[in-house]
Design a protein. Sequence first.
Lengths: 205, 205
Amino acid sequence: MEFSSKLLENAVNEMSQLPGIGKRTALRLVLHLLRQPGQQTALLAESLQKMREEINFCKSCHNISDTQLCEICANPNRNEKIVCVVEDVRDVMAIENTSQYKGHYHVLGGKISPMDGIGPGELTIQSLVEKVKEGTVEELIFALSSTMEGDTTNFYIFKQIEEYDITTTTIARGISVGDELEYADEVTLGRSILHRVPFENSLKN
Amino acid sequence: MEFSSKLLENAVNEMSQLPGIGKRTALRLVLHLLRQPGQQTALLAESLQKMREEINFCKSCHNISDTQLCEICANPNRNEKIVCVVEDVRDVMAIENTSQYKGHYHVLGGKISPMDGIGPGELTIQSLVEKVKEGTVEELIFALSSTMEGDTTNFYIFKQIEEYDITTTTIARGISVGDELEYADEVTLGRSILHRVPFENSLKN
């Protein structure tokens, strides 16, 4: 792409560094900003920079937070004995949206993935092990996505905490509510039959 | 969406103002920036702001340019007697990529679109009419997209310059090179038959 302006080119190049945004999309976004009042670009630039510089992580669960201890960890009504292990803040938001969970979280910050150069040291696993060692945790719920990386991470953590006397569970895998059986993949359908629950339980929610 | 941090929320909200970027995509992009070195966010923010504040438009053709007169208008090897009327900088880039055109451009900055509140006054039509009035232009090529808005804009400009003695042309509409006839829409196919060209001409390129 040949640009008529260096300023435009730089903006497009930086924009296209974002995942899923190619040069053409970046150009479209940048031209959109040019047509909008300058205020909008200023707000975007400032909010991104402010976020990147001042963002803080909860010292207990490692979730993104503006305070030292996030709202969930600081809430006395939540059960600190149950800890749900998730990949990132999006998973916390998704689970919070269900209003079904009243325990704490532990945000790993990713999954073990040697292909992407992410080893256990890059994640907050050590801090989770410390938390278990302290003895307050009674149940650890693994809620990572069920991919190779997710399973590896689950297993790695499980091995680290095996010696301590706590319950470890994983979220249920099965057919999504509203899904047609015939379109479900075999692994999911197989697990949903193996881990069937008493019919009365399914009526509760 | 409930965010655990105001900083994160602001960044996501500003990001999702961009066209085609919803809240979820914005969150994904922002979290990506958080995982990358702070330098990347700083560069993105700075390049956007610098571009928005310092961008300059060629005083002759209104294309984005870092200089008062853009490279094309300032190039003595280009024919200023032929002016191609386009919507925005992307069209200039697309036509320049073909290496087939050696005339000047005139960037309108949009199309007349009452639905979006864009009237002739918002575009650089007046400046184009002035250019024609000065008498250097011999041919005006309309290269707007063939939509209702494009056709309206073409016609509006045509009416403004009708009295002057210049040639007005539009780019050829027809079947794309490599396209199958059976999949072409009727309007395009119809025009490609009406505006057929001598076979020898098609061998030249």
